[in-house]
Design a protein around this ligand. Structure first.
Ligand code: SF4
Ligand code: SF4
Length: 75
């Protein structure tokens, strides 16, 4: 099931960067790193989204296929 904007915002705030979600991501996205960048964006840093393209993980947020595996892993 696709998450609502409010659910995603909630997940960003609560993320403890445990990395469990990334282990199940078929797109190999460093999800906690991406969430950290979005957190700074939500705090008002409009320039920081450029860092999404500089992430070192093989996958970037743009590669997300919305499979939902990450949500299932996050407690
Ligand atoms: S599983 Fe949840 S808490 Fe852990 S890194 Fe992923 S989003 Fe953050
Ligand atoms: S929805 Fe699937 S592809 Fe997208 S970040 Fe989560 S696990 Fe990765």
């Amino acid at each position: 099931m696709k998450e609502t904007r409010m659910e995603i915002t909630y997940r960003i705030r609560l993320c403890k960067a445990c990395g469990m979600c990334s282990k199940s991501c078929p797109a190999q996205i460093n999800i906690p790193e991406a969430l950290g960048i979005y957190k700074e964006y939500q705090a008002g840093d409009m320039e920081i989204l450029e860092k999404l393209d500089e992430m070192e993980s093989p996958g970037k947020p743009v590669d997300c296929i919305e499979c939902g595996a990450c949500s299932a892993k996050c407690s």
